[in-house]
Design a protein around this ligand. Structure first.
Ligand SMILES: Nc1ncnc2c1ncn2[C@@H]1O[C@H](COP(=O)(O)OP(=O)(O)OP(=O)(O)O)[C@@H](O)[C@H]1O
Ligand SMILES: [Mg+2]
Length: 313
């Protein structure tokens, strides 16, 4: 669905995107991970036809972004870093305006607006001025504008930045709900976010791709998550319940007498829910579950050179 080959972008002397190539399959959610200044936004602007490149090619749904920007834009919904909203408009007016820009026929306009209002949970603010909305709601309005024309491809530049934890969870679920329905590229600096949401990640550092991995294959490269589970009662039943779960690599009590179980498993939010269910079903008395250390983090920091700060701005 998205093909990028040898893409390069320079701002004067500064190379922001350095000869990168990747592809994204239809229905895939790709996490674009990198520190400040890595080149995420620049790549996204090129893919969405907001910027030219100095070299290489990029295509979306078979259309070249440089030769056929009109066809590409029709198929893409883009949420830029700063949501492109007008503070002086009501949410409903703004979405109406975007629907017109997207040339949605007037007979369908109402239906399309209602659908994004519902999907982005904007019902309560429909008749409020955008300028008076909280940051999180403005972000949702930005997402609604990206979705209104039912695009095949969504490009979301740090969609969860500045949201409170509850809104982050809601935004993640919304993004996850696009799986197999749309192709999504989604940038973030937050590692746990890609682990929770994406099928695959691309790690970009100083304009170059330093890793491309499917998340469920990353166990072998150090993306196992470790969780400590404290139970009321020791027993074989709870161990079996945990080790039987798909994605769990090992589960053991940390000593021969205590009630603390250390589980090593694929880093995946759904698996955490399954683990807690397994403990409850085994009637071990779940007291606490806590992440021990995010091994994905170590892996990531390793890739980008120990987490040094190097925005070259
Ligand atoms: N308009 C511009 N003019 C000059 N340099 C720019 C411009 N936009 C970006 N850059 C530089 O290009 C590099 C990549 O920037 P980009 O915005 O793509 O990074 P990013 O990965 O999106 O970072 P962040 O996480 O901070 O959003 C940086 O070094 C940045 O300073
Ligand atoms: Mg950016």
């Amino acid at each position: 669905m998205i093909e990028v080959k040898d893409l390069t972008k320079r701002y004067g002397e500064r190379v922001a995107v350095d000869n990168i190539s990747f592809s994204v399959k239809r229905g895939e959610i790709l996490g674009f991970l990198g520190q400040n200044g890595a080149g995420k936004t620049t790549t996204m602007k090129i893919l969405t036809c907001f910027m030219s490149a100095n070299g290489g090619t990029a295509s979306v749904a078979g259309f070249d972004v440089f030769e056929n920007p009109f066809e590409v834009k029709k198929r893409i919904g883009y949420l830029p870093e700063t949501p492109p909203v007008y503070p002086e408009l009501l949410v409903s007016e703004y979405l109406g305006f975007i629907a017109d820009l997207r040339a949605i026929p007037s007979s369908e306009k109402r239906k399309k607006i209602d659908a994004v209002v519902e999907r982005c949970q904007l019902g309560g603010v429909r008749n409020r001025l955008i300028g008076n909305l909280s940051k999180g709601y403005r972000q949702r309005v930005g997402l609604a504008q990206a979705l209104i024309h039912d695009p095949e491809v969504l490009v979301l530049d740090e969609p969860t930045v500045g949201l409170d934890p509850k809104q982050v969870t809601e935004a993640r679920s919304l993004i996850k709900s696009f799986r197999s329905e749309r192709t999504v590229i989604y940038s973030t600096h937050i590692l746990s976010e890609v682990a929770a949401t994406c099928d695959r990640i691309i790690v970009i550092d100083q304009g170059q791709i330093v890793a491309q991995e499917a998340l469920n294959e990353m166990g072998s490269t150090g993306t196992t998550s470790r969780t400590e589970i404290v139970v009321q009662r020791r027993g074989d039943a709870v161990m079996k319940a945990l080790t039987d779960l798909k994605g769990v690599k090992s589960a053991k009590f940390t000593t021969s007498t205590n009630n603390r179980i250390l589980v090593e498993a694929d880093a995946h939010e759904d698996l955490l829910a399954e683990m807690s269910k397994a403990v409850v079903t085994a009637d071990a008395g779940l007291i606490r579950m806590s992440p021990v250390q995010h091994a994905l983090e170590d892996y990531y920091l390793g890739l980008i050179g120990g987490g040094r700060i190097h925005d070259r701005s």
